[in-house]
Ligand binder design. Structure first.
Ligand code: GLY
Length: 258
């Protein structure tokens, strides 16, 4: 039975208003509201029986609250990524410092130039890791990632992205063979074997829910997805992420769960 014991989050910094955005969800984030929403997110995680490490804001990196991207943490190893977004590339150093408290040196791996990879493109389903080939994660990054995973008995497969930022922008695994799937991922053959809930287009953002020890955290304001997740049998916790959505960020991007 899968279990997360730890979660790492980073408080949003004031510079988040200059974070990268596609403009799909217009508007500048309201910093004060973002801090409140982040606080509610931490409270929701605590209800899921995990120990939460809270890192301070890092003003050098506007998108640094999206801690999922600079690392991929598994039961057997930690992989420090090489984010494809130039303004985010330096986020790895301070995340690595934190990760050293949880993983021995020999189990900390790295994705190196010219490979790029961001954690938002990685979806773990047991021992199988799906990796999105996106504008942030390239072929060489996936090749290195597959090699690293192979050393630990994991395997991975590539999913080509055409439209969304990261793989988990549109598809998320809720354990027990349950998958939330939206947009360009609905007809992908590799996902047909799961018990899928196909997200209505108007609720596409809510494909990004997270499973944490049997509970599922769902973004507030998406009633069809909320009901579907409850019908799958999960206890749900809603968290408003409106200010992070303006930066194309969601629930999964805001934490590292391991
Ligand atoms: N704003 C989140 C990202 O683009 O990485």
């Amino acid at each position: 039975m899968k279990r997360f014991n730890h979660v790492i989050v980073r408080r949003p910094c004031k510079a988040m208003i200059q974070g990268i955005t596609s403009g799909l969800y217009p508007g500048k984030p309201d910093y004060k509201l973002a801090l409140d929403q982040h606080g509610a997110y931490i409270e929701a995680l605590k209800k899921c029986d995990v120990d939460v490490t809270i890192l301070p804001p890092d003003e050098d990196y506007p998108d640094s609250c999206f801690v999922e991207d600079p690392a991929v943490l598994t039961e057997k190893c930690a992989i420090i990524t090489n984010p494809g977004a130039a303004s985010r590339n330096g986020e790895t150093s301070s995340i690595e410092e934190t990760i050293r408290k949880f993983y021995p040196e020999e189990r900390i791996e790295h994705i190196c130039h010219p490979g790029t990879l961001e954690g938002g493109d990685v979806m773990m389903c047991g021992d199988h890791f799906y990796v999105g080939r996106s504008q942030r994660t390239n072929e060489e990054g996936i090749r290195q990632f597959a090699d690293i995973l192979g050393k630990y008995g994991y395997y991975c497969s590539e999913v080509k992205l055409e439209e969304v930022l990261h793989l988990k922008t549109g598809v998320n695994y809720l354990e027990n063979n349950n998958l939330l799937v939206s947009g360009e991922f609905i007809h992908k053959p590799e996902f047909q074997k799961y018990n899928r809930y196909v997200i209505p287009e108007e609720e596409a953002y809510a494909a990004n829910c997270i499973w944490v020890n049997g509970r599922v955290i769902v973004p507030a304001g998406y009633p069809a997805v909320l009901k579907a997740v409850q019908t799958m049998g999960y206890e749900t916790i809603e968290v408003d992420t409106s200010e992070f959505r303006k930066l194309d960020g969601g629930l999964s991007c805001l934490s590292l769960r391991f």
